[in-house]
Write a protein that binds this ligand. Sequence first.
Ligand code: PEP
Ligand code: MN
Length: 293
Amino acid sequence: MSHRKPYQLVSRDWKSADTIIEINGTKIGQDLMMIAGPCAVENEEQIFTISEFLAKQNVKFLRGGAYKPRTSPYSFQGLKTEGLQLMRQAADKHGMSVVSEIMSIDKIDEFNELVDVFQVGTRNMQNYPLLRALSKVNKPILLKRGLSSTIEEWLLAAEYIVSGGNEQVILCERGIRTFETATRNTVDIAAIALVKQLSHLPVILDPSQGTGTRELIAPISYAGVAAGADGLIVEIHNQPNEALSDGDQSLYLDQFAEMLSPLKELARFRQKRFDFEMEQNLSAEKSVYGPAQ
Ligand code: PEP
Ligand code: MN
């Protein structure tokens, strides 16, 4: 008998089969999910250039912040509604899905209309009123790990959403704060492997916030996928040096393209199909939460 954990519904003890969340043909938790895009939506040209590029690479999920939680009140805070609308248009042009961060309950209706996946940022992982409100939403929630949160606290945050009625939670490791300052955060690779054992929920990795350094994105992405991640969320930019946020950790478009073929090899090693590659099929018995509407 394993010792009783404080979280229940999200644990493997409660449900042993992997949770599979289906969005627009991607089976998250089964396929290897790829989300990419700029840290923030900045203008029409930027988001259309990036989405066009991603569509050519067959990437299905477009990320981009419209409401940005910036450390300084003087930093660019995002284009807000306009940013979401631009991203929706850019994604729709190519049949892509939109992932964006929500910071407050009063924006839920707007997000319901314009995004496919609600991202909860590291700073809001313990915003319990927001988590409870998102438990009533009928779309997947991408729940980042809090920057100083233990794995138990992270899984309990997921428990808020699942226990309130929304079982579509995707966990996202994005690095934690440690004594080390050479990297922006310390990517907890072991957490990926451990959370896959503790929980049936899909787990993805954000190597961008995790490392803060463009040169580290590819190797850490490979490490995360090898360790068991069900996907990646990666920041890219058509002009990283001009980016209004997180330029140093944003990949140039060609760097992102170069990273894909080793990732495909790793996906094969993991017996996972890249979400845009149809040649591989998995047989494991899995439960499926149908597409969100
Ligand atoms: C982001 O994805 O741009 C972001 C702000 O993420 P995090 O909440 O992990 O810092
Ligand atoms: Mn960012």
